[in-house]
Unconditional design. Sequence first.
Length: 158
Amino acid sequence: MNHVLIDCEGMEEGARRALEVALSEAVDSDMPLLLELLFVSEEEIRALNARTRGVDRVTDVLSFPTMELKPGEPVSSELHGECVDGDVLCIGSVVICMQRAREQAAEYGHSVERETGYLTVHGFFHCLGYDHETEEERAAMRVREEEVMARLGLGRDA
């Protein structure tokens, strides 16, 4: 039943649907998954970063998983019943600073769409238990991110 739904105001419908399809192929779950996606200002993400991580600076993306998962582990409503809301399993929230996304797109020489897509995918994998504290973790997460980005047609040259 791999189906990911994205709850996001301010995202074009076609882009949201494309992300939902691409992310759905990247996860195994026993019920539809819901990811909240928020776009915020530099001031908002800086305050959120300071409040939740103790880091008083602007960042590009923050993820707030609702459950603890191991990378690659199927998402089970039986194990995470507290995250079930009606007919969806809420996996977390991803918060993106659009100003940083625009700056990074320019810095890396690709589109804002690609950068925003990447930050969403990156945050999604954090909600699924992936991290990048070690080189091995970073490499595993990057492979999964690049698979999704390729499905979206947003490879590094987009």
